[in-house]
Design a protein around this ligand. Structure first.
Ligand code: NDP
Length: 236
């Protein structure tokens, strides 16, 4: 049994974030989720926050700290795609994706780091993607944002590592969520052929890796990229 922690998952109202929050609850932790709409799973505290807005993140942390205590584990999961070939990608589609996926993680971790430094403990987990390291045609914005998270986690490791704060990346491959359901069926079949496991993953397969990384057994892992991709990225 790992120590009970106060956990925050961004974008916990659906998809991978919802499953991560559900898994933390099942393992006995105090869990808050941020959501722009909807609610987190049963047993979580849902707070409204938009990760592109520092003031709303600050307000969310203040509410969580008052109700659950200081955040010890933060999962930066909220993310979007705006796919387009680079020639036709608008500046806004580039900026929005980077500001949500990379900037959002920065804003949330920056706010969380205050309490973690004081507590001399913290677990920071950033949800990247296999695409961040492999690249993907039509996803220059998304891949750049997800690759940026790797440099972010490693720099945080160097800045905060001596205070028992770890920062790691979980890099999912294709997971069955709204994000992948949007892909045409023929494209999904094509992708499955390129995945050594021959299938997409269930959200729980990502969630259980995240809770393990946040647990006591993972205290000496930091700056790592943990792929959950059925072999697609071959360990990258
Ligand atoms: P979904 O599209 O199902 O959910 C995205 C979540 O992010 C929602 O909760 C959404 O909130 C939230 N979100 C988006 N923008 C913001 C914002 N500005 N502020 C706050 N919350 C926001 O995505 P998935 O569950 O599939 O993906 C979760 C993470 O995993 C993402 O970072 C994604 O890039 C990554 N990932 C997903 C893969 C997959 O195959 N599904 C593969 C690799 C990585 P709302 O409901 O309000 O829109």
């Amino acid at each position: 049994m790992t120590t009970q922690r106060t956990v925050l998952v961004t974008g916990g109202n659906r998809g991978i974030g919802y499953a991560i929050a559900e898994q933390f609850v099942a393992e006995g932790h105090n869990v808050a989720v941020t959501a722009r709409s909807g609610e987190g799973p049963a047993g979580t505290l849902t707070v409204r926050a938009d990760v592109t807005d520092s003031a709303s993140i600050d307000a969310a942390f203040t509410e969580i700290e008052a109700k659950l205590g200081p955040v010890e584990v933060v999962i930066a999961n909220a993310g979007i795609t705006r796919d387009m070939l680079i020639m036709r990608m608008s500046d806004d589609d580039f900026d929005d994706v980077v500001s949500t996926n990379l900037g959002g993680a920065f804003r949330v971790v920056k706010r969380a780091s205050k309490g973690m430094l004081k507590a001399r403990f913290g677990r920071i987990i950033l949800i990247s993607s296999v695409v961040g390291l492999l690249g993907s045609a039509g996803q220059v914005n998304y891949a750049a944002s997800k690759a940026g998270l790797v440099g972010m986690a490693r720099s945080i490791t160097r800045e905060l590592g001596a205070r028992a704060i770890t920062a790691n990346i979980v890099a999912p491959g294709f997971i069955q969520t709204d994000m992948t359901a949007e892909l045409p069926e023929a494209t999904q079949a094509e992708y499955k052929k390129s995945i050594p496991a021959g299938r997409f993953a269930q959200v729980g397969e990502v969630a259980r890796v995240v809770t393990w990384l946040a647990g006591d057994d993972a205290s000496y892992i930091s700056g790592a990229v943990i792929p959950v991709d059925g072999g697609l990225g071959m360990g990258h």
